[in-house]
Design a protein around this ligand. Structure first.
Ligand SMILES: Cc1cc2nc3c(=O)[nH]c(=O)nc-3n(C[C@H](O)[C@H](O)[C@H](O)COP(=O)(O)OP(=O)(O)OC[C@H]3O[C@@H](n4cnc5c(N)ncnc54)[C@H](O)[C@@H]3O)c2cc1C
Length: 462
């Protein structure tokens, strides 16, 4: 199966093959690493894995770097066992890679503009071939579709048609390579957890953050096992109830690529007696299989739809990215009276009149992860309480990227535009402020769950 996009073709020869690890921070089932090793072996060249560290990425802080460094120290250990030098650069000058005279440089794929610009800028500076490998999605974004998909139902059939081939493909394990000399370049070689702890000191600690998740592949696997043992059976029924915490909590691991969705789906399918076809069609399934089916819908269809949106829509994190009907209806209601208007600061510190909204904001600040159902409510309320949809999107993006461990992710941008701008959703009845965009209110939360229980759990920002 071809997962590679050729960013730049070159017939120049070089002295090594490089994989620039970025979005997929793992060794397990990493196709970019696999392809780089294969090419290096066939050309009898050494392979190096490199990581460029950006100390300032949007509103990210201590929590993200802590989680990421935990994962990277495991990557470093794993690569050491394979005799593959792992070079960690504490700056973002990729051009320095050219000092190693690479023949090919592999990148993992991201649809977001920052990482895409890095690849194309680097391509301009190098004589090497540059290849981009999608090892984040089960089916590479450009293979599933060549355009922005309208909604989940339009991409679902395309995914269902192709997914079997990708799930059937074996991923060969990695074996130890011949030891090679570490190149002389200004980078930390095989960074250790002590090295990362020192780097973390430069980020102000967040007093309000009480970490619940520890990064890394091993912890991702533990999280998956916990989900399978304790939550999977009831996932379909309970995942939307914020008082039950019955989601997988895998999103931080998936976001940093510490585990792949491909590996998760393969594990889940081992638990099912039904065929993949029946799981996808939701036919004749046991309770647990129904949950597997619902989970695959989220993990594959919804998640890969998000990558599709960000890949084909350059305005993925702005109100400009929504459909014309949504732009028109929101504009029509732009001057509707808002009962409450809150500033970004009031929202950030959970100072609204609404205890459920405040609880959701507090959950995100304290744990690094807001419950999925509350995320929709949280975001829609921001539209109701700010002066314009533009401002609402900007504040939601800022807060989500700053406090969610899984933030700065296509799923986040699409979740925000779904909530505020009806992306991938249908039109509803016209109403104040929201126009034809789907609306949610506190009454709905009260009817569906014991929302007071959730409010009590996250009652104060301390
Ligand atoms: C306003 C808003 C903001 C969001 N921000 C983010 C974000 O920053 N990062 C993020 O990963 N997700 C985001 N989501 C999507 C979704 O809420 C989370 O993926 C989910 O809650 C993560 O928790 P989990 O892994 O326990 O979910 P589970 O229910 O266990 O789902 C498993 C996986 O499926 C995928 N998934 C689940 N729901 C969705 C969805 N609606 N869209 C796309 N993929 C999905 C995720 O990869 C998730 O980890 C957002 C949704 C909204 C409405």
């Amino acid at each position: 199966m071809n997962r590679t996009q050729l960013q730049k073709n070159s017939s120049e020869t070089g002295k090594c093959v490089i994989y620039v690890m970025s979005r997929d921070q793992r060794v397990s089932q990493n196709h970019a690493l696999l392809y780089a090793i294969k090419e290096a072996e066939s050309k009898k060249l050494p392979i190096y894995v490199v990581f460029f560290y950006y100390s300032k990425v949007k509103s990210r802080g201590y929590r993200h770097y802590k989680f990421m460094f935990e994962g990277l120290s495991e990557v470093s250990e794993n690569l050491k066992t394979l005799n593959i030098p792992f070079l960690f650069f504490d700056h973002n000058k990729l051009v320095e890679l050219n000092k190693l005279n690479p023949e090919s440089v592999y990148f993992d794929f991201s649809p977001l503009r920052g990482p895409r610009a890095v690849k194309s800028n680097f391509s301009e500076t190098t004589a090497a071939s540059v290849k981009v490998v999608d090892t984040h999605n089960i089916i590479p974004v450009w293979v599933i579709s060549d355009k922005e998909e309208f909604a989940a139902y339009t991409i679902r059939s395309k995914i269902h048609k192709q997914i079997k081939r990708y799930l059937d493909e074996d991923f060969p394990g990695f074996s130890k390579l011949e030891k090679v000399d570490v190149p002389k370049i200004d980078a930390e070689v095989f960074p250790t957890s002590e090295y990362f702890e020192k780097l973390l000191v430069s980020f102000p600690k967040e007093g309000l953050y009480k970490p619940e998740f520890i990064g890394g592949y091993k912890n991702a696997r533990n999280q998956l096992e916990l989900f399978i043992d304790e939550k999977l059976k009831d996932y379909d029924e309970l995942r939307n109830d914020p008082t039950k915490n019955n989601q997988s909590d895998l999103s931080p691991y998936l976001h940093f690529g510490q585990i792949s969705s491909l590996e998760i789906v393969k594990e889940l399918l081992k638990l099912s007696n039904s065929s993949l076809e029946n799981i996808l069609k939701k036919e004749s399934l046991s309770k647990e299989e129904q949950s597997i089916s619902a989970f695959i819908e989220e993990l594959v269809v919804r998640k890969e739809l998000s990558d599709n949106f960000c890949y084909y829509n350059e305005n993925y994190d702005s109100i400009k990215g929504v459909k014309p009907w949504a732009k028109a209806t929101l504009l029509e209601h732009q001057s509707d009276k808002r009962e409450y208007i809150y500033s970004q600061e009031e929202l950030e510190f959970a100072k609204t009149y609404d205890p459920a909204w405040n609880a959701a904001q507090i959950q995100m600040i304290q744990t690094g992860k807001m419950h999925g159902y509350m995320r929709m409510y949280w975001c829609k309320k921001i539209l109701e309480w700010t002066k314009s949809p533009e401002e609402a999107v900007d504040i939601a993006v800022y807060l989500n990227d700053k406090y969610s461990l899984d933030g700065y992710d296509p799923n986040g941008y699409v979740g925000i535009l779904w909530s505020i701008g009806g992306v991938h959703d249908r039109q509803w009845f016209d109403r104040p402020i929201f126009g034809k965009v789907r609306y949610m209110n506190y009454g709905g939360l009260k009817r569906k769950f014991d929302i007071k229980k959730y409010e009590t759990k996250f009652a104060s920002l301390r």
